[in-house]
Ligand binder design. Structure first.
Ligand code: DX5
Ligand code: ZN
Length: 211
């Protein structure tokens, strides 16, 4: 079963509450929240207070993607704000093993994200501490970029590494009905999509097209 996680990076930020309610109604499985710090990635979005403010308006799990340097210092804030999954970037954290332990100890699912050029080897010694791997299929920072094809090989390799474990593979960036099919064939089971969900305004139709 493939799950669709709309990224609210493409939502109308002036109406986040209604956007999130509309996504639930349209059949989204998770809400993907892109937290950017203007340093790890060249863009700045929102943090834990905004996530906390919109948390009461949906029952869908909150999938928090931290594109920030030193996320270790903020994990407790995001858990308290209502995150269900917290994903840190392997490139942004010094003690990955410890960060994953911390996320689970806060009662959240633990994710690791890899930029397009980061090899999957960094996952090898933390496989037992992982609930999810978020494979970036664009360089993080902005919506609306094109899917990087070399990502498919990485997804397939991670699927092999994760065999026998309950690890979700989520793919993020440039997902449309065509790249969605390729990513799922390679082994992804959660698809993040911003542009493809919000384009034209018919969220339900866009979500079923991705499914
Ligand atoms: C990119 C973000 C993505 C982004 C995807 O840095 O992590 O979640 O919103 O946007 P699209 O689907 O437009 O590529
Ligand atoms: Zn994301």
């Amino acid at each position: 079963m493939v799950q669709i996680a709309p990224s609210i990076l493409s939502a109308d930020f002036a109406n986040l509450k209604t956007e999130i309610m509309r996504l639930e109604e349209a059949g989204a499985d998770l809400i993907h929240l892109d937290v950017m710090d203007g340093s790890f990635v060249p863009n700045l979005t929102f943090g834990a207070p905004v996530i906390k403010a919109v948390r009461p308006y949906t029952r869908l799990p909150f999938d928090v993607h931290l594109m920030v340097r030193h996320p270790e210092t903020m994990l407790a804030d995001f858990a308290a704000a209502g995150a269900d999954i917290i994903t840190v970037h392997a490139e942004a954290v010094t003690h990955l093993d410890k960060a994953l332990d911390t996320i689970r100890s806060l009662g959240c699912k633990a994710g690791v994200s890899l930029n397009p050029a980061t090899p999957e080897d960094v996952l090898e010694y933390v496989l037992d501490k992982l609930d999810l791997v978020l494979v970036m299929s664009v360089n993080p920072g902005f919506g609306g970029q094109s899917f990087i094809e070399s990502t498919l090989k990485k997804i397939a390799r991670i699927r092999e590494m994760a065999a026998g474990r309950e690890i979700s593979i989520e793919v993020d960036g440039g997902i449309n009905p065509m790249t969605a099919a390729e990513a799922v064939a390679a082994g992804a089971d959660i698809l993040v999509a911003g542009t493809a969900v919000f384009a034209g305004g018919d969220y339900a139709r866009n979500i079923s097209a991705l499914r």
